[in-house]
Design a binder for this molecule. Structure first.
Ligand code: PNS
Length: 164
């Protein structure tokens, strides 16, 4: 029987950016199913709730038949196991990502060596981009149209208007 490879693409996605979408688009032809999973990063204080982040992702990714949007709390590896995923996908930008990603991948491998972390290198034009940068620009009234999808541009505007 042909192998059915399920991958989890986890992240804070607070909010999703064009950099994340680039990684997702490139992962789509490689795996049979991709679960984009909104997780909790204890070192970050989110702007959007998990439900808001999931709703945004669902809207943007609805045209992909092999993508599912979900969320998890607790350990990523437990979530991946529950979903029968054999791969964790992470995007890599600059060298500055390396230390953290190395630690995350090795910790996850220690917890379950059957689940492999696979890195997809970002396109050069997104190598500087992060959710944090997009939020900072939007918060200060700048133009984020090149950085995030139109839905996200809109919700960022609303969020900062509500907070003003
Ligand atoms: O987009 P981010 O913030 O880099 O995503 C980080 C995330 C959510 C994938 C990571 O913090 C995570 O996996 N959190 C869940 C807890 C966990 O399993 N940590 C790794 C082992 S210590």
């Amino acid at each position: 029987m042909a192998k059915h490879i399920i991958a989890v693409y986890p992240g804070s996605f607070d909010p999703v950016t064009n950099g994340h979408l680039d990684i997702i688009e490139r992962a789509v032809p490689i795996f049979d199913r991709i679960i984009v999973a909104v997780g909790e990063n204890l070192s970050k204080k989110p702007l959007f709730t998990v439900d808001e982040r999931m709703a945004i992702l669902k809207k943007i990714l609805k045209r992909y038949r092999n993508i599912e949007v979900d969320s998890f709390s607790g350990l990523l590896i437990t979530f991946a196991r529950t979903k029968r995923a054999s791969v964790i996908v992470r995007g890599l930008r600059a060298v500055s990502d390396y230390d953290y990603e190395f630690q995350l991948a090795l910790t996850n491998r220690m917890l379950d060596h059957r689940i492999e972390t696979i890195f997809i290198m970002t396109r050069g034009r997104y190598s500087f981009l992060s959710s944090g940068i997009a939020k900072e620009i939007a918060k200060n009234g700048g133009d984020v149209r090149k950085l995030v999808p139109a839905t996200v541009e809109r919700v960022l505007k609303e969020k900062f208007r509500d907070r003003a």
